[in-house]
Design a protein around this ligand. Structure first.
Ligand code: AMP
Length: 420
C-alpha cells in the first residue's frame, strides 16, 4: 500500500469489476445512439455562475455540495455537479440550436462531483450517462426519453425498478400553486431551515424525508389540482404515449426532485433493492433553463442515469452481465527462441483482432499456465525448444486440456478457425 488512499467518498474502478461499469455505460448509450442522439463531451468544470443560475441558488447541490474554487488566475469555477447546465451551455455557445434542426439531441457520459455525506450509493465522485433533447415542446419527446431509459435498464436485465411520474406545471400555473403551498406551509410547525425553504423553494419541502414533516403535509395542496389546461393536456399525452409503448409508470404527485430548472414532466427511476439511495436515474422537462442562463427560449427535456447505482441495482438483483473474457488466447514461451517466435505470433493475432496476451517476465511453465487459466483464455499457445525444432507450436484447449501441435506459420489461421 502507498501512503495515499482514494479521497473520502470516492472509490476506484478496478478489473475485473470495472468491466461491468463499461458495459452499463454502453447499455445506457446504445438506445440513445440508436435514436438520433449525438455524443457530446464538455469540460469537468465550468464557471460557477452557470450552476448557480442553472441548477438554482437555493438547491442543496449549489449551496452545500458544489466543489467551487478560485483559480490562480482569479476565475471562479466549480467541478460539475450535474450535466444538463453544461450541455445546454455548450449547445448554445456552438449555436447548435440555430441549424434549423430542432430538437438538438445529445448524449453524454462522465464524472460528476458533489460534496455529499458519503454512504452506500452516494459518493462525492460518481458517474452518469445522460441525454438531452433541446428546443422542442412535444410530449412524444418526453415519452421517447423515458422509453429509452426503460429500454436501457431492461437490456441490462433489471426488473425491480419503477418509474415515478409527475408534472410540475409551467410558468402560468406553477406560481399560483406555489403561493397556495406557501400559505399552507406557513401554518405548520417547522424548523428554521425548513421555514426558510418555504420562501425560496416551497416545493422542495414536499420532498422532506422526515416523518414529522410528512405527517403535517397531509392535506397540503397538490400541484396536480392547479395544473393549467395546457399542462394537463400535455401530461395526459405523455402518459398515453408511455402506456401505448407498454412502459409502466406510477403517478407521484409529490415528486419534485432537487434541481430548480424542471417544468412540466418530471420523472425518477427508483430501484427497490437499494435502500435509502433508491433513485437510479431521473430527469424531466426544463423549458426555462435556456433563458435562465442567457439563451433564447428553448423548451427541452432530458435525464441522467447514475452508473454507480445502476451497478448496485444489478448486484441487488443478482444479475451478472455476460461480459466476454478479455483474453481469448494466452501465449506461453519456454526459452529465448520461443519468446521471439511467440511474441511475433501474438502481434499477428492481435492485428487480426484476436484478444491475446503473453506470459511476460520469464515465468516458468507452471506459473505461466496459471496466468493463462486466470486470464479466461480458451486457448494457450505453448512452445519450447523441442517444439520449435520441429517447427510447431502446441495449441492447448484450456477447457478440455487437449493439446495439438500446429505448424508455426499455420497457428494464426488455426486459432481463428477454433475461435470461430
Ligand atoms: P440527479 O442529478 O440528482 O437527479 O441525479 C441523477 C442520478 O445520478 C441519480 O438518480 C443517481 O443515480 C446519480 N447520483 C446523483 N448523485 C449521486 C451521488 N452522490 N452518488 C452516486 N450517484 C449519484
Amino acid at each position: 500500500m502507498s501512503t495515499f488512499k482514494a479521497p473520502k467518498g470516492t472509490y476506484d474502478l478496478l478489473p475485473p469489476n470495472s468491466a461491468s461499469y463499461l458495459a452499463v455505460r454502453e447499455a445506457i448509450a446504445a438506445p440513445l445512439r440508436n435514436s438520433g442522439y449525438g455524443y457530446i463531451e464538455t469540460p469537468g468544470f465550468e464557471n460557477v455562475e452557470l450552476f448557480a443560475r442553472g441548477v438554482g441558488e437555493s438547491t442543496d447541490i449549489v449551496t452545500k455540495e458544489m466543489y467551487a474554487f478560485e483559480t490562480k488566475g482569479g476565475d471562479r469555477l466549480a467541478l460539475r455537479p450535474e450535466g444538463t447546465a453544461s450541455v445546454l451551455r455548450a449547445a448554445l455557445e456552438a449555436n447548435l440550436h440555430k441549424g434549423g434542426n430542432l430538437p438538438v439531441k445529445l448524449w453524454y457520459s462522465g464524472s460528476y462531483y458533489r460534496y455529499e455525506r458519503p454512504q452506500k450509493g452516494r459518493y462525492r465522485h460518481f458517474s452518469q450517462v445522460g441525454a438531452e433533447a433541446i428546443g422542442a415542446e412535444d410530449p412524444a419527446l418526453d415519452a421517447e426519453l423515458i422509453i429509452l431509459a426503460d429500454q436501457a435498464y431492461r437490456s441490462l436485465g433489471l426488473r425491480d425498478f419503477r418509474i415515478l411520474l409527475n408534472s410540475l406545471g409551467d410558468k402560468t400555473c406553477r406560481p399560483v400553486y406555489r403561493a397556495a403551498l406557501q400559505e399552507f406551509l406557513r401554518g405548520l410547525e417547522l424548523d428554521e431551515d425548513t421555514r426558510r425553504r418555504i420562501d425560496i423553494n416551497p416545493l422542495r419541502v414536499l420532498d422532506d424525508k422526515r416523518e414529522s414533516v410528512q405527517e403535517q403535509l397531509i392535506g397540503a395542496p397538490m400541484l396536480r389540482d392547479y395544473l393549467c389546461e395546457e399542462c394537463k393536456a400535455y401530461h395526459e399525452q405523455v402518459r398515453e404515449l408511455l402506456t401505448a409503448a407498454g412502459v409502466a409508470f406510477e403517478d407521484d404527485p409529490k415528486l419534485v426532485r432537487g434541481l430548480d430548472y424542471y417544468t412540466r414532466t418530471t420523472f425518477e427511476f427508483v430501484h427497490d433493492g437499494l435502500g435509502s439511495q433508491s433513485a437510479v436515474g431521473g430527469g424531466g422537462r426544463y423549458d426555462g433553463l435556456s433563458e435562465m442562463i442567457g439563451g433564447p427560449e428553448l423548451p427541452s427535456v432530458g435525464w441522467a442515469l447514475g452508473v454507480d447505482r445502476t451497478v448496485l441495482a444489478l448486484e441487488a438483483e443478482g444479475i451478472t452481465l455476460d461480459i466476454p473474457a478479455a483474453t481469448a488466447v494466452y501465449a506461453v514461451p519456454l526459452g529465448e527462441e520461443a519468446r521471439r517466435v511467440l511474441f511475433g505470433t501474438v502481434t499477428e493475432l492481435r492485428r487480426a483482432g484476436v484478444a491475446t496476451d503473453f506470459a511476460y517476465g520469464g515465468k516458468g511453465l507452471k506459473n505461466a499456465m496459471k496466468s493463462a487459466n486466470r486470464s479466461g483464455a480458451r486457448l494457450a499457445l505453448v512452445a519450447g525448444e523441442r517444439d520449435l525444432g520441429e517447427g510447431v507450436v502446441q495449441v492447448k484447449d484450456l477447457e478440455s486440456g487437449e493439446q495439438t501441435p500446429v505448424a508455426v506459420d499455420a497457428v494464426v489461421e488455426e486459432v481463428r478457425r477454433r475461435l470461430g
